[in-house]
Write a protein that binds this ligand. Structure first.
Ligand code: B16
Ligand code: MG
Length: 212
């Protein structure tokens, strides 16, 4: 019996995935590598450190540990400059209605994000109060596709994995949900997001009548 819903942040609640892309693209250009949309798809849900490791592999570039740390900080500063401009109007279509319906039906919501900036973004879009539990990259040791983000969220809510549905826009996130024993609903293109039980374009398309 499903008792709670766990939402990913980037690409599910707001389009910060696009900001990550712009910032990584700018950094990759310094390595003389042109980051494609397809590359970006593979980085969705992947931690900041692992994303940079992958970009350096694609660019066939070797940098010092000091440069690595510095580049992570620069990328994050560019990303936060864009987040700074965000507000409640930046919620993806259907998010407000989804949250209101969940509240009306008294269905607990948790956030399960790979982003260390998750709380900052939730504050900007005015949604921090909507979640009974928030799990971000600072609280876990293994990122998606490991299930730890979502199993921690379920634990904080007080439910077992089989009592939760995860909403995700990344393949790493879908895999994390499934390997954690949860059901997974994908937001986005079915071809990019294999394994999910249902594909929708945004949270507004979720039918709460199907909750069970
Ligand atoms: P940060 P999610 C993920 O968030 C993004 O999809 C991924 O592209 C990003 O690299 C990761 O967060 C880390 O983000 O640099 O802000 O710590 O989709 O799991 O909400
Ligand atoms: Mg995401």
């Amino acid at each position: 019996m499903i008792k709670a819903l766990i939402l990913d942040l980037d690409g599910v609640i707001c389009d910060t995935a696009h900001f990550h892309y712009i910032a990584w693209k700018r950094l990759a250009a310094e390595y003389e590598y042109e980051l494609s949309e397809a590359d970006n798809e593979a980085l969705k849900g992947v931690s900041r450190v692992d994303s940079l490791i992958r970009i350096l592999q694609w660019a066939k570039k070797d940098i010092s540990p000091e440069q690595f740390e510095q580049d992570l900080l620069r990328k994050n500063a560019w990303y936060l400059d864009m987040v700074e401009e965000m507000g409640p109007n930046d919620l993806l279509p259907g998010v407000s209605t989804f949250v209101e319906t969940a509240q009306k039906l008294q269905i607990p919501l948790a956030l399960g994000s790979a982003s260390k900036n998750a709380r900052t973004v939730l504050n900007k879009v005015g949604l921090i109060q909507a979640f009974q539990a928030i799990v971000d990259a600072s609280q876990i040791s293994r990122g998606k596709p490991d299930p730890e983000t979502f199993t921690t969220a379920a634990k904080l809510l007080g439910f077992g994995p089989n009592e939760c549905i995860v909403f995700e826009d990344s393949l790493a996130g879908i895999q994390a949900a499934l390997s954690g024993g949860m059901r997974a609903i994908a937001i986005g293109k079915p071809s990019d997001l294999l394994g999910a039980e249902l594909h929708i374009n945004n949270l507004g398309e979720y039918n709460f009548a199907d909750f069970q």
